[in-house]
Design a protein around this ligand. Structure first.
Ligand code: ZN
Length: 193
């Protein structure tokens, strides 16, 4: 905790003071152009990997970068998407998954989580339709290969569900795959609705 407090002081004395004009401008209101949805994983830092400035990204983070289908849950994700689209006028959505994702690994042993982590179990159940689709179509894959496939398909489906079910208006959704080892974006799906 001491390190965080020291960091806050350093931020005020360096970055904040160097960018005072930007921060003053942002007090008049935010106009982010992109809704960036990604995992809570500490290795993914949206503004760092995209080199976006303060005020450019409106961000949702949770375990597994999951957006429940519209009406399936009363959580903050749907409300935040709604706010981004209707109040901020954001037209671009980026869904960023990543390699070595603990939530995705949890999907592969979902039934075990029922006892160990019931809240996580319920959360991951929001991807059940896609999980079933992956099992039916990629059941022959094993280990890491299956993980990658599961992840990728789920993310793509989520982007579509998200754009179609929650936003309900014309926009682009991108699903990016970030490999935390190489920092390469390996797969990009551009969904034009
Ligand atoms: Zn993750």
């Amino acid at each position: 905790m001491k390190k965080l407090i020291r960091g806050l002081g350093e931020f005020k004395n360096s970055y904040f003071s160097d960018h005072q004009d930007l921060f003053i401008e942002l007090t008049q209101g935010q106009k982010p152009r992109v809704l960036f949805i990604t995992c809570s994983d500490s290795r993914i830092v949206p503004n760092l990997i995209t080199q976006a400035e303060v005020g450019e990204l409106f961000i949702i983070r949770n375990a597994g970068n999951i957006i429940p289908p519209c009406g399936a849950a009363n959580g903050g994700e749907g409300a935040t998407v709604e706010y981004a689209i209707h109040s901020l006028g954001i037209e671009q959505i980026v869904v960023c998954g990543h390699s070595h994702c603990g939530a995705i690994k949890g999907l592969l042993k979902l039934n075990e989580l029922h006892e160990e982590m019931p809240l996580m179990y319920n959360w991951l159940k929001h991807t059940e339709a896609t999980r079933r689709l992956i099992k039916e179509n990629y059941g022959h894959l094993q280990g890491e290969e299956l993980l990658e496939s599961l992840w990728f398909k789920r993310l793509a489906q989520q982007g579509i569900d998200h754009a179609d079910g929650v936003a309900r208006r014309k926009q682009k959704a991108l699903a990016d795959y970030l490999d935390t080892k190489t920092a390469q974006i390996d797969q990009i799906i551009n969904i034009q609705i």
